[in-house]
Each structure stands twice: as structure tokens, then as C-alpha cells.
Design a protein around this ligand. Structure first.
Ligand code: NAD
Length: 244
């Protein structure tokens, strides 16, 4: 049987890195992307190839840029002919009042978190349709459902991602392609490094489970979605320790 290949965007650290390690452990071939951290990504790919004997391809570039994504899929075609699973994980946050946000920052948040999802799906779908199977997993946030003060652009991007997930799932279900989103609460990554000790403790107190999930726990949930039955599609599923 052909080895399955997963593309993980934003894989140099955090949730994406943990997912890369877990999917490698399960025997998947990997295509790994990030924007600035080529050295970290190459080091991760070396560890994975040595430890798990799976093939990896590293594609460094800006996932918000359609020209880069299209070029990356050219490399994927040469590497393994196409992908079976797409994990749209790359993302950035922006914290601040909307009235003080520049149009450039707004565009950056929307293009990195949302337009990237359009671009990767657009390029991945033809392979998936031709093999009549595929899984698309969008890494979203509770903020895309409930909204967060001072994170309006991020909430809008993730909310767009959630609607995109539900709509595309309907479009692709007849082709046996599943589209789902994991709406994370708080995961312990660099994305939350802006919190000081007391803010962190306050937030932990609000979460019924009492702690920030580890990237490994988040990755395990993504793997479960990748292995879930085909009938599960069009869902935005919170993974947040019972927070909302
Ligand atoms: P992180 O900052 O640790 O990692 C983000 C990754 O995305 C990095 O590899 C970075 O290089 C990559 N990236 C950023 N901009 C990129 C671009 N333009 N092109 C290519 N790669 C780019 O963050 P994380 O916490 O691991 O977040 C991963 C995903 O999970 C994001 O989509 C984030 O919105 C989502 N999320 C995180 C949390 C959390 O609490 N950490 C909560 C909900 C949702």
C-alpha cells in the first residue's frame, strides 16, 4: 500500500512540530513548512528521518503567499505525487485594540490565518479528488467561535476558517474528502509567551481542567481527527479542557 503523506504548515515549533513528530511515529511521510526557521525545520526533519525512517520534504516560505504555495505543491508532486492529509496549522496572533490596528497588520493576520487555508486547499483538492479520499484539518481556535477582546482580527480569521470548514466539507463530501477543524483553547506554546506569571495563573484558573494543554496533547487530537471515520465531516470541535 502507498505510504500516506501529510502536509503540516507551520511545523518548526509548537503544535505543528509536535504533530510532525507524532505523525512520523505513525509512519506517515511528511511535508513540513514554516516561514523563517529553515534551520529548525531541517533539524526536525533530520531527527524524524533518523528516528522513524520516514521520508520528509521541507518547504520554507510564506504560506500567506499563493505563489509560494503553488510552488510548494510543485515540489510535493515531485516528492510523492500529492498529499493525503492537509493540516492547516500555520498561524499568528495579534493582540491590541482594533482602533489602533494598521491595515497592514489586519491583512497579515487574515492572509496568514485564513487566505493560506484557501491556497493550500485549492492546491491539495485536485489530488484528493483524483484519489477519491483525503482529510483536511484546520487548526482553529475557540476565539473563532466566541470572539476575544483585543484579538478581533484573529477571531475574525478563525471564525472565517470555521465557516470555510463547514462549507468546504459539504462541497467535498461526495468526493470522500473530510474537512474538520480543531478549535483549541490554550495550548502551551510560544504563541502565549506574552503572558506573565499572574496572567497565566488567572487563565489556568478559568480552565476547568486547570492547565494549558501541551503541544503533544493537541497533536494527539489532530491525529485522532486524521484517523476518524469518513462520516465525521464539517465539524468544528473544541479541544479546550472544558473551558467553553
Ligand atoms: P507557534 O507560534 O508556536 O507556531 C506557529 C508556526 O506557524 C511556526 O512554525 C511559524 O513559523 C509558522 N508560521 C507563522 N507564520 C507563517 C507564515 N506566514 N508562513 C509559514 N509559516 C508560518 O504557534 P502554535 O501555538 O503552535 O500555533 C499553531 C496554530 O494553533 C495556529 O494556527 C494558532 O492560531 C492555533 N492555536 C493556538 C493556540 C495556542 O494557545 N497556542 C490556541 C488556539 C489556536
Amino acid at each position: 500500500m502507498k505510504q500516506k503523506t501529510v502536509l503540516i504548515t507551520g511545523a518548526s515549533r509548537g503544535i505543528g512540530q509536535a504533530a510532525a513528530l507524532l505523525f512520523a511515529q505513525e509512519g506517515y511521510y511528511l511535508v513540513l513548512n514554516c516561514m523563517h526557521s529553515a534551520d529548525e525545520l531541517n533539524a526536525l526533519s533530520k531527527i524524524i528521518e533518523t528516528k522513524f525512517s520516514v521520508k520528509t520534504l521541507c518547504c520554507c516560505g510564506d504560506i500567506s503567499d499563493y505563489a509560494f504555495v503553488s510552488h510548494m505543491f510543485g515540489q510535493i508532486e515531485a516528492f510523492c505525487g500529492g498529499i493525503d492529509i492537509l493540516i492547516n496549522n500555520a498561524g499568528i496572533s495579534y493582540i491590541g485594540l482594533l482602533s489602533e490596528m494598521s491595515p497592514e497588520d489586519w491583512n497579515r493576520v487574515i492572509s496568514t490565518n485564513l487566505t493560506s487555508v484557501f491556497s493550500c486547499c485549492k492546491c491539495a483538492i485536485p489530488y484528493m479528488v483524483s484519489q477519491k479520499s483525503g482529510k483536511i484539518i484546520n487548526v482553529s481556535s475557540d476565539w473563532g467561535i466566541y470572539g476575544a477582546s483585543c484579538e478581533t482580527a484573529y477571531s475574525a480569521a478563525k471564525g472565517g476558517m470555521n465557516a470555510f470548514t463547514r462549507a468546504l466539507a459539504k462541497e467535498l463530501a461526495p468526493s470522500n474528502i473530510q474537512v474538520n477543524a480543531a478549535a483549541f483553547g490554550v495550548i502551551d506554546t510560544d504563541m502565549n509567551q506574552n503572558l506573565d506569571e499572574s496572567e497565566r495563573r488567572q487563565l489556568e484558573d478559568e480552565i476547568p481542567s486547570g492547565y494549558f494543554a501541551t503541544p503533544k496533547e493537541a497533536a494527539a487530537f489532530l491525529l485522532q481527527l486524521a484517523k476518524s471515520p469518513a462520516y465525521l465531516t464539517g465539524q468544528v470541535i473544541s479541544f479546550d479542557g472544558g473551558w467553553f
